[in-house]
Design a protein around this ligand. Structure first.
Ligand SMILES: NC(=O)c1ccc[n+]([C@@H]2O[C@H](COP(=O)([O-])OP(=O)(O)OC[C@H]3O[C@@H](n4cnc5c(N)ncnc54)[C@H](O)[C@@H]3O)[C@@H](O)[C@H]2O)c1
Length: 255
């Protein structure tokens, strides 16, 4: 770990558990002060409480509960950073998660939920963060996309529609804000060793094996491997990297 993010304020969405929690912990270890926005309030509060002992100022991260696909909740998350810390340097659009099934087995509700969770959350948070970052003279947006957009993984079509939208938003915003000191990038993990992945492996080993079979390294990503790329892209050192989709994927797609 480093002090690369000392003095920075980061909002990590969906940080109550899984990859988002590990990203939040990594950014905190690198010196950032945090806001955690998460659908489930109890989950986020428990995560914040657990992190408080290691925070820069000894206080727990600020928690903003609610559905970030709702514009007002997304705005509240950005406002919370300004209210608590007076600035927002880093937005990590991590909230999401797949409803993974063959396209024909989706219902209208699961299709909408997939887009809400994975795309609208990122659109609204970016929409409200960018004016703040522009006024400050800079910032970092890191989106958590998915490598499945590149390899068309089984049962991922609806999810890829959402994550592909996120990948596309990154390139467009990167160009629009390139002269404002704001970089916008996407980190695209392959199957990652989250509690959910462990559960899938136990419930359906054949499906898990199928997802892992496309990864030359033969294993899922560790959450910390995703977090370290997010940390780097959030830092001042990554100042000339923008508009990129960077896979953390054990070689499952190669460009
Ligand atoms: N796990 C993987 O194998 C994998 C692979 C590629 C990409 N990803 C992406 O990485 C991110 C994290 O994945 P994970 O496996 O840790 O997911 P997860 O389901 O374990 O956690 C997602 C978190 O986001 C929150 N969230 C979801 N929708 C929200 C909303 N509308 N508003 C506010 N909070 C919301 C949930 O409450 C939860 O805490 C997701 O965007 C996911 O799509 C995961």
């Amino acid at each position: 770990m480093s002090s690369a993010l000392t003095g920075k304020v980061a909002l990590v969405t969906g940080a109550g558990r899984g990859i988002g929690l590990v990203i939040a912990e990594r950014l905190m270890a690198d010196g950032a002060r945090l806001v955690i926005a998460n659908f489930d309030e109890a989950e986020a509060k428990a995560a914040a409480e657990e992190m408080s002992a290691r925070s820069v100022d000894g206080k727990p991260p600020v928690v903003v509960p609610g559905n970030l696909a709702d514009e007002t909740v997304a705005k509240a998350a950005i406002d919370a950073a300004i209210d608590a810390y007076g600035r927002l340097d880093i937005l990590v659009n991590n909230a999401g998660g797949g409803i993974i099934k063959p396209f024909a087995e989706h219902t209208p509700d699961t299709l909408r939920e997939t887009i809400d969770r994975n795309l609208w959350t990122a659109i609204w948070c970016s929409y409200h963060a960018l004016p703040v970052m522009r006024a400050q003279g800079g910032g970092r947006i890191v989106n958590i996309g998915a490598d499945s957009v590149r390899n068309g993984l089984w049962d991922h079509a609806a999810y890829n529609a959402a994550k592909g939208g996120m990948h596309g938003m990154s390139t467009g915003l990167a160009r629009e804000y390139a002269r404002d000191g704001i970089t916008v990038n996407t980190v695209a993990p392959c199957a990652t060793n989250t509690p959910q992945m462990v559960e899938i492996t136990e419930r359906d080993p054949k499906l898990a094996e199928k997802f892992l079979s496309v990864i030359p390294m033969g294993r899922p990503a560790e959450m910390s491997e995703v977090a370290s790329m997010v940390s780097y892209l959030s830092s001042d050192e990554a100042s000339f990297i923008t508009g990129q989709v960077i896979s953390v994927n054990g070689g499952s797609t190669m460009l």
